[in-house]
Design a protein around this ligand. Structure first.
Ligand code: ADP
Ligand code: ADP
Ligand code: MG
Length: 452
């Protein structure tokens, strides 16, 4: 086991990882940018290293600086969290070269998972159903038109290297395709430095269902059940839960097997997620592999009792996976609401500023993962996720009631947050029945500006 770990991230996920280290008796090193001098993760960690100026490119994405800090502090491993360098194969390789363990999948895993088209091809060869798509990147509008015509509208234009809901454009018809195709390519080039895009069949009224995977370095792979992540805005998750109200034990069994087959097909190691879309007829399709710990991992932790971050650390240090889904006890229901510093009434405009008043919720069935405190000033430079509120109860109905109560207790002022929106959703009868698809949120927040 490692005696010291550097946490290459900030915000709530830095807290999450530092806490796991503390419980494992591992010393932690926090890194921070000049804009994060007042961040709470510095106080929780055993050591702190300033890594550069506020902009992420020069701090939390500064590979050389981070590896240098890791060397100077003598850590055995780096945990990248999510976002930033978490899925960067070059960074994982640089860690390897420096003799530091990257807590995550192999560089090859990261490389492959970052190329959605190739990943699809490889898992399809193992018999996993995938969303029909062009076999390779599509280079011109004319080619896109031809493929879409054959496939039938609506279609999706997707960036091979995309992530975080960006580089995805839905096209209802030919006119839309002509308009959106160049935009998608531009977005892909600007956002991911790779302008390869492909055309995928649009699955109508789908649910997003994903499976948590754990794999060790000795070819043992298991899944830990599913997460329902259908409540999304602009292809980004807002609310996640486990289990999914849409799965029967039979479907869960088949999807779980497909998820494990997908992970095995790419020789996956450590924690990861296999994402599927599920259509109204019970057909499921592989979408992508997320090669990291995910924002929504707590709902799996609460229903399985397994600490996923500790498992990541244990597996990265060579530990064996000596259990499987059939052997674990799943119990109850967990729901997570992503609290963002955004104004839902103003098209989710970021709402940074000083937290003048702060009252966190608590009590039975409530977990709060956050880096907020009273008096904290939210920097303008980073992601707007400020807290994850998770409720847990024996039943889904109970978990919704606890979530509603906790959201009501939660006060963060004067900045705007997504709390009021979450409250409306908890009160919605379709949500309560578990009857929704990825278009659910449009009823609450019409998309005013589709072009960002
Ligand atoms: P998940 O599938 O775990 O829900 P997301 O795709 O929402 O993950 O992204 C995880 C988090 O990382 C989100 O908070 C997102 O805004 C952030 N994120 C995604 N890509 C990047 C990036 N390149 N740099 C920094 N943060 C990112
Ligand atoms: P990212 O890498 O940004 O997470 P994904 O490929 O996982 O991108 O897609 C994000 C979301 O976009 C999905 O959860 C789903 O809501 C929607 N989506 C993606 N592909 C399709 C599709 N072919 N049909 C319908 N919806 C899709
Ligand atoms: Mg995805």
């Amino acid at each position: 086991m490692f005696s010291k770990i550097l946490v290459a991230n900030r915000g709530e996920i830095a807290h999450r990882i530092i806490r796991a280290c503390r419980e494992l008796g591992i010393r932690s090193v926090a890194i921070y940018s000049e804009a994060d001098r007042d961040s709470l993760h510095l106080a929780l960690a055993d050591e702190q290293v300033c890594i550069g100026p506020p902009v992420s490119a020069k701090s939390y994405l500064n590979m050389e600086g981070i590896i240098d800090a890791a060397r100077r502090t003598g850590v055995g491993a780096i945990h990248p969290g999510y976002g930033y360098l978490a899925e960067n194969a070059a960074f994982a390789r640089a860690c390897e070269k420096a003799g530091i363990v990257f807590i995550g999948p192999t560089p090859d895993n990261l490389h492959l998972a970052g190329d959605k088209l190739t990943a699809k091809r490889i898992v399809q060869e193992k018999g996993v159903p995938v969303i029909p798509s062009s076999p390779s990147g599509v280079g011109s509008v004319a080619e896109a038109e031809r493929i879409a015509e054959e496939m039938g509208y609506p279609v999706m234009v997707k960036a091979s290297g995309g992530g975080g809901g960006r580089g995805i454009r839905m096209c209802q018809d030919r006119d839309m395709l002509l308009e959106e195709f160049p935009i998608a390519r531009m977005e892909a080039r600007a956002g991911f430095g790779n302008d390869e895009v492909y055309i995928e069949k649009y699955i109508v009224h789908p649910r997003h269902i994903e499976f948590q995977i754990l794999a060790d370095r000795h070819s043992h792979v298991t899944h830990l059940g599913e997460r329902e992540c259908t409540i999304q805005r602009r292809y980004q998750k807002l609310i996640e839960e486990s289990p999914s109200p849409a799965l029967t034990p039979e479907l869960r069994g088949r999807m779980g097997q497909a998820a494990v087959a997908a992970a095995e097909a790419v020789r996956y190691v450590n924690a990861g997620t296999v994402e599927f879309l599920l259509d109204g007829d019970g057909n499921f399709y592989f979408m992508e592999i997320n090669a990291r710990i995910q924002v929504e991992h707590p709902v799996t932790e609460l229903t399985t009792g397994i600490d996923l971050v500790k498992e990541q650390i244990r597996l990265a240090s060579g530990g064996e996976l000596d259990y499987s889904f059939d052997g674990i006890q799943r119990r109850g229901w967990a729901i997570e609401c992503r609290i963002n510093a955004e104004d839902p009434d103003r098209n989710f405009l970021p709402s940074p500023g000083k937290i003048e008043s702060y009252r966190p919720p608590g009590g039975f069935g409530v977990r709060l993962d956050t880096h907020l405190y009273q008096g904290y000033e939210l920097p303008v430079f980073y992601d707007s996720l400020i807290a994850k509120l998770i409720s847990y109860d024996l039943t889904r109905d109970g978990a919704i009631r606890i979530m509603r109560r906790a959201l009501q207790e939660f006060r963060i002022a004067p900045i705007k947050t997504t709390i009021p929106l979450h409250l409306k959703i908890m009160d919605d009868s379709s949500f309560q029945r578990g009857d929704f698809d990825t278009g659910f949120i449009e009823r609450f927040v019409p998309d005013e500006d589709d072009d960002e």
